[in-house]
Design a binder for this molecule. Structure first.
Ligand SMILES: [Zn+2]
Length: 84
């Protein structure tokens, strides 16, 4: 499978899709490609593509990308964040 094919497959809606931040109805399917894939459990020199969904409301938030990144880390690695 080429990277483009993988990309297209990941962008297709799935029945159990929900907003990653609030669980609401999905209006956007995004692919997150981390700068440092090893942080997300990928072997060195491998690209990691992570699919995520957002609702319209969360998508519009100014800190959406930062929140998505944190939510993905929690989902994939079980990383806990201290909230101050
Ligand atoms: Zn949402």
């Amino acid at each position: 499978m080429t990277k483009k094919e993988a990309f297209e497959m990941m962008r297709k809606p799935r029945p159990d899709d929900a907003c990653i931040l609030c669980g609401g109805p999905v209006s956007l399917i995004g692919i997150f490609v981390p700068d440092n894939p090893m942080q997300y459990g990928a072997p060195m020199n491998k690209t990691r593509m992570i699919r995520y969904c957002l609702c319209n409301r969360c998508h519009k938030k100014t800190d959406a990308s930062e929140r998505v990144e944190k939510a993905l880390q929690v989902e994939l690695l079980g990383v806990g964040y201290a909230i101050s």
